[in-house]
Ligand binder design. Structure first.
Ligand code: MG
Length: 469
């Protein structure tokens, strides 16, 4: 027997660029989380005959509340729930994908790097991939049509404990290299109070390295640093790497799917460079690698070296993963430090990226700064201007018109916003759909070229915006 229940009749969009996000106890209430989890439970039971749902969370102050609401919703849909507690996102994806375990699908409660008063939900289907495109639409349709099925009293699910972190640790240990005392590296690990705090320091120590941890107590108030591992938030990590004369520093975002590195000279390494170094170690002739439109031309240099192909997508992990699957690519990455190894995991992998970088250091027997020095240098400048949502598409069209009339014959890529490719550099104009800003990126082979391009880009964008008002 099933009980049909009708949710609030609403219309609109729930999924953003990555999962469902919102302010806690405003949009993201226990009531909403329970309902959407029930819809997801119905969806996976119907589409995939999936019943065993693995649930993980990040250490945000609201994650416990949301997790219990999500679990209630899933149980009410007749799903059994495997509660893994605080767990990195890639651990959930990895455990769902690995079919030797009983998990059919997954839900992760995570705000990743966004402000502390917000949080989010990510849903995973049986291949470990995050729900995307058509699946998001179908789940939204089920939610907004107000119709979902609740299990009868004798078919309500059960809760079990699970440890996806253990499965994840085993995978990471298998992928890395144990070193003897002589080859042990001094590594400073800044887990940013996030979900990697109880995974990565232990994995790296087990490889035989000397580990110093920073911000490794999980804490939803993020007292040591905000969860976004950008340069300004990693000042302490850089100081400690320098003070201890460490071989490498690494930092993770709140839910552990992205990692950023500091070299042995205390220099912050751009995510583009890490992606290029890993791609260089993996690519064979004819291979495909996928990355976003805003990634540095350094990856084109790597592809040329291996006679391979780079596919550029819209910015966002879902598009990168989609293109990886479509083209059977060996690797994909984003310039924000998210790398995807499709043979292991169909999602961004902060932990595995760190393990791969350590393996490259070990194989090459070189310092991180020496490896970086082997690559040509590109200079990138990122800027943003204030722009209201309703003006963003108009601004993109206005910039395109201006470029076309001024620079006939210039190569324009419209994959995401407008990218203008000059011989010795590029400019990307791209609206943000999460903030009231419009982004302008420029890259050149010299610092002065990058400066010249960003000034040119800013001028065109501001002028075009002024004309729209
Ligand atoms: Mg994240």
């Amino acid at each position: 027997m099933v009980i049909i229940c009708y949710f609030n009749k609403m219309v609109g969009k729930l999924f953003g660029t990555t999962g469902i996000r919102g302010t806690v106890n405003d949009f993201l209430t226990p009531e909403f989380c329970s309902k959407i989890a029930c819809v997801f439970g119905n969806y996976v039971r119907e589409k995939f005959n999936a019943k065993n749902i693995l649930v993980g969370m990040d250490p945000r102050t609201s994650s416990d509340m949301i997790k219990h609401a999500v679990i209630s919703g899933l149980l009410s849909a007749g799903c059994d729930v495997y509660d893994s507690g605080i767990t990195p996102v890639p651990a959930i994806q990895c455990a769902v994908k690995e079919k030797i375990y009983k998990f059919d699908a997954g839900v992760m409660i995570t705000g990743s790097h966004i402000p502390i008063e917000r949080n989010g939900l990510k849903f995973f289907i049986p291949d470990g991939n995050e729900v995307y495109g058509k699946i998001e639409d179908e789940i939204e349709d089920m939610y907004f049509s107000g119709k979902s099925e609740r299990a009868s009293w004798n078919e309500i699910g059960k809760i079990y404990n699970a440890d996806a972190g253990k499965i994840y640790k085993e995978m990471l240990l298998k992928e890395g290299i144990k070193v003897d005392k002589e080859n042990a590296l001094k590594i400073v690990v800044d887990t940013g109070h996030g979900a990697q705090s109880n995974i990565m320091p232990f994995v790296l120590r087990e490889f035989g390295h000397k580990i110093v941890t920073l911000n490794a107590q999980m804490d939803g108030f993020f007292p040591g640093r905000p969860s976004e591992p950008d340069k300004k938030n990693l000042e302490n990590l850089i100081k400690v790497v320098n003070a201890l004369n460490a071989d490498i520093g690494m930092a993770f975002d709140g839910d552990g799917d992205r990692s950023i590195f500091i070299d042995d000279k205390g220099e912050y390494i751009m995510g583009d460079m890490i992606g290029a170094i890993i791609a260089d170690s993996m690519m064979k002739e004819g291979d495909f690698v996928v990355t976003g439109i805003s990634t540095s031309a350094i990856i084109d240099y790597v592809a040329e070296k291996h006679n391979g192909t780079i596919i550029r997508t819209k910015v966002g992990a879902a598009d990168v993963v989609g293109a990886i699957m479509k083209n059977n690519a060996v690797f994909g990455f984003e310039e924000n430090g998210g790398s995807i190894f499709p043979n292991i995991n169909l999602g961004r992998e902060g932990g595995l990226t760190a393990v791969k970088i350590l393996k490259i250091l070990h194989d090459k027997k070189k310092k991180m700064s020496e490896i970086i020095a082997e690559y040509p240098k590109f200079y990138q400048i990122k800027e943003k201007i204030q722009c209201k949502d309703e003006l963003k598409n108009k601004l993109t069209s206005a910039i395109k018109e201006k470029i076309k009339e001024k620079y006939t014959g210039t190569k324009i890529d419209e994959t995401d916003g407008i990218k203008i490719l000059f011989g010795d550099g590029w400019i990307l104009f791209r609206p943000s759909w999460t903030e009231p800003i419009y982004r302008i990126f420029a890259e050149g082979k010299s610092e002065s070229k990058a400066m010249e391009l960003i000034e040119f880009g800013r001028k065109i964008a501001l002028l075009s915006l002024e004309n729209l008002k």
